[in-house]
Design a binder for this molecule. Sequence first.
Ligand code: C5P
Length: 403
Amino acid sequence: MALQNKKIVLGITGGIAAYKCPEIVRRLKDLGFDIRVVMTNGAKEFITPLTLQAVSGNPVSDSLLDPAAEASMGHIELAKWADLIVIAPATCNTIAAINAGLANDLLTTICLATAAPIAIAPAMNQQMYKAAATQENLKNLTQRSVAIWGPGSGEQACGDVGKGRLLDPAEIVELVQQHFMPEPAQSLLNLNILITAGPTREAIDPVRYISNHSSGKMGFSIAQAAKQLGAKVTLISGPVSLSTPQDVERINVTSASEMHDNALKQAPSHDIFIACAAVADYRPSNVSDQKIKKNDDDMTVTMIKNPDILADISALTEQRPFCVGFAAETQDVEVYARGKLARKKLDLIAANNVSVAGQGFNSDDNALTLYWKDGQHELPLANKQELAKQLVVEIIKHYNQAQ
Ligand code: C5P
């Protein structure tokens, strides 16, 4: 995703939540965005232009009538420069001014003078947010295709509790990224996606089990990305300590057999199946009812093969979803990944080299190579959330081609 060099004007208005802005700027910069900050006079009562200049690496604009500022980058230039204008926090005063089409300070003037999309993240007292005038202004702006991000609910700086909090910096950054998602992502609307994630546990006795290394982070990130891009997502998860992404339907399972039964039941009603789980290949053939005592010096556990969930779903002759597998390898990644692609008759496989430090199992980062019958595509090292988005976009491209 080419976020590099996308240009954002961040408009900051006079609310206490302005203290969150340096964090928003820093995270956007890390992702490769170019940021120009525009501050209202109110904003400067809460946070200094110097702070924003330091984090954005660009001069801060705050005046319509300052000849020096206009000479460096004037209001029309800024309005033309932006690929997106984000106003965060947006006070009810600025929201009202933009709705009325006022041009009484630099920020409102830029909003009138731009052809770029505008997103507003309101932040105000809950009663001021509820006020009929504010609600009407927001409704009008929505009808004019201005995006309204948030607000969130909770305790407010004034002590009130309710709706009106500025979204967290991470949420705002997420929405900015989504705004720049490439076209194929749009086609996720109305798609049903089934994902398996995490490890499975195969019981030896009531207290012991055999399992695989897997935090579930990759599968959960994929579920979150697919949901955020508009898909309906069912996530079948083995035991992990992760919270369910918002609006994702989660089915908890423990063993491979349980995961298999649930996945086979769900598959026919889904368009795409992404097998991200680290399923145990074998399970003890006998599970002892009672805890096995350590009387002997050695112990043998006889294992039998678990069903292959992905291969079984891929072999469905009716209502077969588009099947995407994962291959976690320590060597000869391409050979093994292509082997699995062919053997399990998959549409696509995402391979990673788990022997490389700092990526894969239990890590926050990962890098993947996608293989299909006659091609491949690299998704370089990124955090799992970012990577998941890129992966989902690629999967959708291939899914659309296959239709
Ligand atoms: O055969 P292998 O485990 O290496 O294949 C990995 C892929 O197959 C992953 O997508 C994994 O989720 C899936 N798989 C499965 N059921 C199994 C074993 C693996 O769905 N029993």
